[in-house]
Design a protein around this ligand. Structure first.
Ligand SMILES: [Zn+2]
Length: 505
């Protein structure tokens, strides 16, 4: 296996190699950023220095993947492994690289306090946000390891929303979701809204809605979820997230009744049945996999092109994990559709918003910086839901799917009127009824100018020709809007007129 190192991966490896012995760094790396590769590259660098490394992984799927990558990067003979059933085969404490299953290590140490563990120089904790982390740290203390510690996760917070500052000292951002999408390492996402259940009166426990009441509210909307999926996503391989087993079974049952091959996946099934369902889904023998909790991490099927979220949550960790299941890049570069039946996108944001994570143990470890009024992004990232097709979009005021235009709210209009007054007192010329407002018109001109490489003043002059006055300066801070066909025709007619005049001259 040939492994190509991406630029941000290489620079994160350098960072890890350079930080102090007492620093415990969380590397915030989205799903799809290749954090397993980064960890194995660090182990290789340590090995080249004559040091040893332990990579701690939480689950079987991740374990196998990590072991494969470590063997190909560090050489199979250098890697030893520890997990429950195959212990004797690979575990060799003298090797420079160890891939270790956490639960197994914890069980070993509990059973035998004197269980011998090598004095590794580096400990890498994968999925370091999981609740098992404190136990791992207890073990590290037990062995009094003086190792450099690096945690890796996409979401450096506990499920309750609290930070990980009880152990770690620093968060390092490896790469953003936005950049990964731009570089083609993640699929872009299209969001659609739907009726969300009424959540008034549902209690919040440990930072999220209480499941019992939530289930009841969501079961009532099962029919609506199926109808919307049929309308928008019936040709897509789909993962559906449910609240609990009852809700999960109800959704799968309803899918099957309309002739869609769906299966429920939850902890009520035996391990054998779960494996069978997952295998059938990955082989695309099942179109819709309705699950509770299981697919929220470590579950990877690149064929998934729709994530249907029927599980309302207040947890940013869970929200991002659910959407992330559909973001593996598609062979044709296509997008993943998110059907939000839970009101989660309006509540918490889009996957490529800029999230800011904090270490402290306070109530909220995460802020959506894209929505922060001071970020300068808030206006651009403002979300709208199309009243025609329910597509959720941002960074523009016209639905890119059907052309519906966001009406100006009363506040917008007041602001607009106020803006228009100072323009040399000569109020702008009245507009024809099929024309966007002046504000939108100017945003369209700026979009066109940027796209075609025109100077910014081109938009001002073109605006002035139509409106007979200059646009207010603040309008330059507004989001760009792709020109509507009407405006595009206008621009073209102006250009033709311009070239004809030039030719005559
Ligand atoms: Zn629309």
């Amino acid at each position: 296996m040939k492994i190509e190192t991406r630029e941000y991966q290489a620079s994160d490896v350098d960072y890890a190699m350079g930080h102090g012995v007492n620093d415990r760094v969380i590397h915030c790396a989205p799903t799809g950023s290749g954090k397993t590769i980064i960890q194995c590259l660090i182990a290789k660098r340590e090995m080249d220095r004559g040091n040893s490394t332990a990579i701690l992984t939480p689950r079987n799927e991740i374990f196998t993947q990590t072991h494969g990558a470590a063997a190909s990067i560090c050489g199979a003979n250098n890697v030893s492994t520890m997990r429950a059933k195959r212990q004797g085969e690979y575990w060799n404490p003298m090797n420079p690289v160890h891939v270790i299953s956490w639960p197994t290590l914890i069980a070993r140490v509990r059973k035998d306090k004197d269980f011998w563990f090598p004095r590794v120089d580096r400990v890498l904790v994968d999925e370091c946000h999981l609740s098992m982390a404190p136990k791992i740290l207890e073990i590290l203390n037990h062995y009094e390891l003086k190792a450099r510690v690096d945690g890796y996760t996409a979401t450096p917070a506990r499920q309750t929303g609290r930070g990980l500052g009880y152990y770690f000292t620093e968060i390092k951002n490896v790469v953003s979701v936005r950049q990964l999408i731009k570089e083609g390492y993640l699929a872009p996402v299209e969001y659609y809204g739907a009726d969300a259940p009424d959540l008034t009166g549902i209690k919040i426990r440990k930072g999220d809605y209480e499941v019992g009441k939530l289930s009841k509210a969501c079961v009532e909307l099962v029919g609506d979820a199926i109808d919307n999926w049929l309308r928008l996503a019936s040709d897509r391989h789909t993962i559906t997230f449910a609240v609990d087993i009852r809700h999960c079974e109800a959704l799968a049952d309803r899918f099957n009744r309309v002739g869609i091959k769906a299966e429920a996946l939850h902890t009520g099934l035996s391990q054998g049945d779960r494996d069978r369902v997952v295998a059938a889904f990955k082989a695309q023998k099942i179109q819709v996999l309705v699950n509770v909790g299981i697919a929220s991490y470590g579950f990877d099927a690149p064929s998934v092109r729709c994530v249907q979220v029927c599980r309302p949550t207040k947890s940013i960790v869970l929200h991002l994990q659910m959407i992330g299941r559909g973001m593996r890049p598609k062979p044709d570069g296509g997008e993943c559709m998110v059907l939000d039946h839970a009101g989660n996108v309006p509540r918490l944001g889009m996957a490529d918003d800029l999230f800011r994570w904090r270490l402290d143990d306070g109530k909220k470890a995460c802020d959506n910086w894209s929505r922060h009024p001071k970020s300068g992004e808030a206006e651009e990232s403002k979300q709208y839901e199309c009243q025609e097709c329910r597509h959720i979009f941002s960074r523009q005021r016209i639905c890119p799917k059907c052309g519906w235009q966001v009406p100006f709210s009363k506040r917008d209009i007041e602001a607009k009127d106020a803006d228009l007054v100072p323009i040399g007192r000569n109020t702008a010329k009245p507009l024809p009824p099929d024309w966007p407002s002046y504000e939108v018109f100017y945003a369209m001109l700026r979009h066109y100018a940027q796209e075609k490489g025109r100077k910014p003043m081109w938009a001002v002059f073109t605006f002035e020709k139509k409106a007979k006055c200059r646009p207010p300066h603040e309008w330059n801070n507004h989001a760009l809007v792709p020109p509507s066909p009407r405006v595009l025709n206008y621009i073209r007619s102006r250009e033709i007129a311009f070239y004809k005049a030039k030719q005559r001259a």
